[in-house]
Ligand binder design. Sequence first.
Ligand code: GDP
Ligand code: MG
Length: 358
Amino acid sequence: MQIGLVGLQYSGKSTLFNTLAQTEIQQTGKEEAVIEVVKVPDERLDKLTEMFNPKKKVNATIEVFDIPGLQMQDDGKVKITNTFLNNVKNNDALFYVIRQFEEPSVPHPMNSIDVKRDVEFLETEFLLSDLSFLENRIDKLQKEVMKSKDDRLKRELPVIEKCQKHVEQELPLRTIKLDENERKLLSGYQLLTLKPLAIAINCDENSIQRVEQIVNEVKDSISDKSVAVIPFFAKIEYELSQMDEEDRTSFMEDYGIKESALSKILRTSYEILGLQSFFTVGEDECRAWTIKKNYTAQDSAGVIHTDFYNKFIRAEVVGYDDYIAHGSFAKCKEAGVWRLEGKEYIVKDGDILNIRHN
Ligand SMILES: Nc1nc2c(ncn2[C@@H]2O[C@H](COP(=O)(O)OP(=O)(O)O)[C@@H](O)[C@H]2O)c(=O)[nH]1
Ligand SMILES: [Mg+2]
């Protein structure tokens, strides 16, 4: 799973990236593409690890990508380059990093702070980029469909046209209804507005009292209600991320920050991507796995190993809360909360699974 941070220059992308990745702040100010694997903190996994005392604890991970390249040109527009599009392509979701902080020594590319304007600016630029791609693709398809016998091209044309009509109404492709086949036809393209989106607003310490208001204003200004809006404090949180746990907690309280940027970004990613976790436990390893919300027991087995998918027999399942309440599999069996489920079982968030396979 990969999420991409995009935004105008000096919005705090690299500072946020360094906070998430717990890396040194080297590339700040520079425009450099960097990816880092981030461990997803999970208190439930911590608790299970305490109980099983395994040799290894393996957190779920998510890749975070600091995507540079949206530089303001002299004409007041950003140029969306092919490099940028390629960088965006492999992300499962995008985070717009929007600047709310005031800092005279760091000029805003548009010379003033206006969160709603910046959100709208990015949305418009991304819509235009998608529209231009779709128009070109239609031209090409119309020519090729006549000559070619390729069935795929014939099926693709109406899907692309449907998308074009949608984008022409200034609607992001996130809000279009597509069936699975239509989605598949589009999956190879780098359509920017098709990606699940969250907006991360980089606030300064003076705004801590007003964050809720700032967030609500942005929420009200966008019609697409699937978009998550979260505040964070790049500069403070970067400093906090360099402290040890204890100091961090007490400083966060002092600042009135309830949840760290890392936790918020990851939680939001799971939300907009429709993700959840299940666990495998044992003396060797306790591990969290990331799956989609509608995954069956067999799909989930496939995330562990393709062999587990192909040779799936049954899954032993105990819900996380049940396990904690009873403290062992034996007790769970006695209490009747230990179950054997077939391949169609829809896995629930926090389920502890043991896959039986051939
Ligand atoms: N005062 C203040 N400065 C910040 C904040 N976030 C980022 N900066 C500074 O703004 C500059 C640009 O930040 P950077 O993370 O490199 O932005 P990017 O261009 O979006 O990657 C750096 O000098 C940061 O130290 C903030 O919340 N408050
Ligand atoms: Mg940067």
